[in-house]
Design a protein around this ligand. Sequence first.
Ligand code: PLP
Length: 374
Amino acid sequence: MIQDKIWLSSPHMGGAEQKYVQEAFDTNWIAPLGPNVKGFEEAIETYIGQGTHAACLSSGTGAIHIGLELLGVGYGDEVICQSLTFSASANPITYLGATPVFVDSERETWNLCPDLLEKAIADRIQKGRKPKAIIAVHLYGMPYKCDEIQEIALKYDIPVLEDSAEALGSRYRDRKCGSLGDLSILSFNGNKIITTSGGGALLTMDEKVKAKAIFLSTQARDNAPHYQHSHIGYNYRMSNVLAGIGRGQMEVLSERVTARRKNYSIYKDALSEISEITFLEEPDYAYSNRWLTTILTDSFETREKIRLFLEEANIESRPLWKPMHLQPVFNSCPSYINGVSEEMFEKGLCLPSGSNLLKSDLDRVIENIMNTLS
Ligand SMILES: *Cc1c(COP(=O)(O)O)cnc(C)c1O
């Protein structure tokens, strides 16, 4: 008998979403602006704190695109990007005619390695190619080493775009992820900790930058009664219907973080005795939303054995992100590599981590992993 599918990370509605979507219909605000967009932005701003301003957009990818443009990235520039990430972190660099320069990870958080970052910057400067921006990622919700990265960024006067797509609800010391870069982005794609089915946000401390982001994302219309343009614009604003889903999701965000962290601790309690498996611990300065629970196995063979065994049991798991410097599409880009991301890719696995998983689902995953290795 085939058991029900257990998904890696599926949408989890809270209940109030339909009320806000209904409001959009009742008031005929079926447009990429309206009261839900404003309400969703205010909810994000209140949650992140620190005087953050949020511009809700149609995707996290679009937010990175606009963010890089606001940081001054243009044709022929170079932008440093964490190699171990989802391709959406890097793709927008190329939309602007710039080139990604990939930098490897450190072992403590699996994110951008500060030492290698500084080496890469020094080497690019020596080649007459000073990077225009740095994209750092809180992978799987685990905050990167913000102090160290910020210190290097300040030393060389290069802005940081904080890719917080996977880290809404995480904290670095007492600050929420999303408030830690010169600009920051969130994603509300279907598999993220909260979702609008598709959407994203650009976060800034500067109200004027938010206004510019909205200007660019709504076709860059000059202030005139007719349609006049002195900039190239984009159609990236969030729909008022989808923002209604976002407002409902913000009401349950804290519960979602609690549930995902609980998944992690259940897996860890059950599996930490197994010698082939290790878990990614939080450094003392970090609070992770545990968007996905990830394990590191002792070899590629063990990782594949577990993955295929789970697949057989109708359970979705997934290797960690394939590093960008190994992607065929980016193979001509410069990269600074120390072996960490390649090892993670070989040995790492993401386990089902949805906030809607039942204890019985987690038990089924755990039992299957134990059976694989026994
Ligand atoms: C999901 C994700 C994005 C892109 O967000 P979309 O809303 O899907 O465009 C960017 N970076 C990372 C690390 C992501 O996981």
